[in-house]
Design a protein around this ligand. Structure first.
Ligand code: WTA
Length: 651
């Protein structure tokens, strides 16, 4: 049995009594979901609202060369109907979205389901008036304002495929995404207030559109009223058009497998990948995980602090909560504006019941001191959640003590952009927690711990890499326009399984502990970033000949960015150039890619075949010179001594 002595916390009796799922339910339901997925998911699938019910549940094949993931494939439905219309008979006047603005002096908004419906319908009619048709791609580059949710749901209503681009991304990153999915239009706002500052979104979009087809239209939400430039014929004032648009727009019946959205994420190589999610499987999986993992009940006020630009915002601010007829809080601001008590002030103000955030935010707030949460009434909280990276026990304990006051279960949810929803996570009333472990698989998820070299599945207590042995409804379907890359990226490593890219340990109690990425994907403050993207941004600078980027442990961010840079012949290193390169990367990708350290590297450690040995660079970045391993295969072993000698020479 699990016990306190082993760092384990069993759910309290009142939590169990209230919960949708208790320990016995979990065991029974999990067993059924694995033994008979058709029966299990068939039943769950019928909780959605269908135009034409499905007759077939699961039709999936993860064999390399013929990967095909289809769920509920002959069913017909509309995602916006499931998030809005079906709730109207019973909860038209219930709040769907609480919007909390950046500046606490500005009023919050409470948007009812009836108002959400009207706004989404009007927005959908605006899209139609701009010639957007079923299957067209629409890029959404918006701050955390209700219009972001309206825009997503409006796309879903007319069968357009949205692709949200995080508002912190640069014009170049935005342009790459618009071009990759050949979007017909981009939706942006004038400016985006965050932490008291303003991001010039419209002017970023203007710069991006210089690199795109001139046919791409730009819909602008005038949010702050700040001065912006305007191109007649291309730019469209969304709010003005919404005022005159009809308040109803018939939902387009969509196939279960029609794409709902594309979301770009970083991989270990090359350009960001356009992860494609389906309509029915994704929506069902987001809704079900939201209801069970956060134990969402009628009347709860649920708050996820993520941005809609990331998958967490898609599944757990918009689609999951709204499909469940819930109340979801959308926050425009930052944890430390105007002060380090903002999160707790918002919790108290709106009587938040579930609070879902990232370890990096917890660590940052922890550093500000426990007096901040202590100043606010946090008694409404019932469940706390964590996502994005492994949560270190110190942060877990602080969250538990100073925010949850020891009475709120913490759900540490492991999942990925690719998985659509939670994969390994506690259920509050069913699974005892251990700080730092994501605990047990969600229904239908078959984790497999594999030997990284042989690919053999390890049983019992084991450490290796994490694959998933069978499909689940929220699984991504393909990479936009590149099914071959999809198979290569996820199904080629360990045949017959989906490879997560994460390392993992399973303990004697069958609990899973995610140990971090085993590929060249960094996790900076819970945000994914490929080393290759940062390297290619650096080498695009005229003074840079070569660059290699690795992750380095960082107290707040979890991982920091450490860049080794080789300059062009004749270019002298210096502080000005270093600052210039850091600024350059921010401009090329966005502030989340800002290098924390930049070391001049006259040469990089390469094998004789020219491959950069990152393992060595990681060790040097960590000051771990004693265990560099075998350097004899290097083309020029002296390079390593030079890098170590210059280890201090970094900024
Ligand atoms: C990491 C975010 C440990 C992991 C939803 C994964 C986690 C990557 C956790 C996906 C967690 C996410 N514990 N690691 N609870 N949650 N990760 O696509 O490395 O932005 O592969 O999705 O974040 O990041 P992504």
């Amino acid at each position: 049995m699990l016990d306190q002595a082993r760092g384990c916390r069993a759910p309290a009796a009142d939590v169990v009594a209230h919960a949708h799922v208790n320990a016995a339910d979990y065991d029974r339901m999990y067993a059924e979901s694995i033994a008979d997925p058709d029966a299990f998911w068939g039943r769950e699938g019928r909780t959605l609202d269908w135009v034409t019910p499905f007759s077939r549940v699961k039709n999936t094949d993860m064999t390399l060369g013929q990967v095909s993931i289809r769920w509920f494939e002959d069913g017909v439905l509309n995602a916006s109907v499931n998030c809005i219309d079906r709730h109207l008979p019973t909860r038209a006047d219930q709040t769907a979205i609480i919007w909390e603005p950046d500046d606490p002096a500005d009023p919050a908004q409470h948007i009812t389901y009836a108002q959400l419906s009207e706004n989404v319908n009007r927005f959908a009619n605006v899209l139609l008036s701009q010639g957007v048709m079923r299957g067209d791609r629409v890029v959404i580059y918006l701050p955390m304002i209700p219009e972001a949710a309206y825009a997503m749901l409006a796309c879903a209503r007319i069968g357009a495929i949205h692709s949200v681009v995080f508002a912190g991304f640069s014009p170049d990153s935005l342009a790459n995404r618009i071009n990759d999915c050949q979007a017909k239009l981009v939706i942006t706002a004038d400016t985006a207030p965050r932490g008291g500052r303003r991001t010039p979104l419209k002017s970023n979009a203007d710069a991006a559109l210089l690199r795109c087809s001139e046919k791409v239209r730009c819909l602008v939400v005038k949010h702050t009223g700040d001065q912006i430039s305007w191109i007649e014929g291309r730019d469209v004032d969304v709010k003005a058009l919404m005022r005159t648009a009809a308040p109803d727009c018939p939902p387009r019946p969509m196939g279960a497998e029609d794409p709902l959205f594309i979301l770009y994420t970083s991989g270990s190589t090359g350009r960001p990948k356009g992860v494609v999610h389906s309509t029915a499987g994704y929506l069902l999986y987001a809704a079900m995980t939201h209801r069970l993992v956060f134990d969402y009940h009628e009347g709860d006020v649920y708050w996820c602090t993520a941005d809609v630009g990331w998958v967490t915002g898609h599944s757990y601010i918009v689609y999951g909560p709204l499909a469940n007829g819930g109340t979801t809080l959308m926050f425009e601001g930052t944890p430390n504006f105007p002060d380090a008590g903002r999160f707790w002030e918002v919790v108290a103000k709106h009587r938040v019941t579930q609070f879902y955030t990232a370890p990096t935010a917890i660590r940052a707030l922890m550093g500000q001191g426990e007096e901040w949460p202590a100043r606010h009434d946090l008694s409404s909280l019932r469940i706390l959640g964590s996502v994005g990276e492994p949560i270190n026990p110190e942060a877990w304990n602080w969250f538990d003590r100073h925010v949850g006051h020891g009475r709120c279960p913490i759900v540490d949810t492991f999942w990925q952009t690719e998985t659509g929803g939670h994969m390994i996570t506690p259920l509050p009333g069913a699974i005892p927690t251990k700080p730092g472990s994501a605990t047990k698989p969600f229904f239908g998820v078959r984790p497999a711990v594999l030997d990284p070299t042989t690919g053999a599945e390890l049983t019992g207590e084991a450490e290796g890499v994490l694959a998933i042995a069978d499909s689940w409804p929220g699984q991504m379907r393909t990479l936009w326009g590149d099914h071959e890359r999809f198979e290569e990226a996820y199904f080629s490593q360990y045949p017959g399984t989906y490879f997560t890219g994460d390392g993992c340990r399973r303990d004697a109690d069958g609990y899973y502990w995610i140990t971090g990425r085993v590929d060249d994907v960094l996790n900076i403050s819970g945000h994914r970033m490929g080393t290759a993207e940062i390297e290619s941004a650096l080498v695009a600078h005229r003074d840079v000949a070569e660059a290699a980027v690795v992750g380095v442990p960082h107290d707040i961010k979890g991982q920091g960015i450490y860049a080794y840079v080789t300059l062009m012949n004749g270019v002298e290193p210096g502080e000005d150039l270093r600052a210039d390169l850091v600024k350059w990367v921010r401009a090329e990708i966005g502030p989340i890619a800002t290098p924390d350290f930049l070391q001049w590297a006259p040469g990089l450690p390469k094998t004789r075949s020219g491959k950069i040995m990152r393992r060595i660079l990681r060790k040097i970045a960590e000051d771990d010179f004693g265990s560099l391993g075998d350097t004899s295969t290097l083309a020029d072993p002296a390079v390593v001594d030079d890098l170590i000698a210059n280890r201090q020479n970094r900024g």
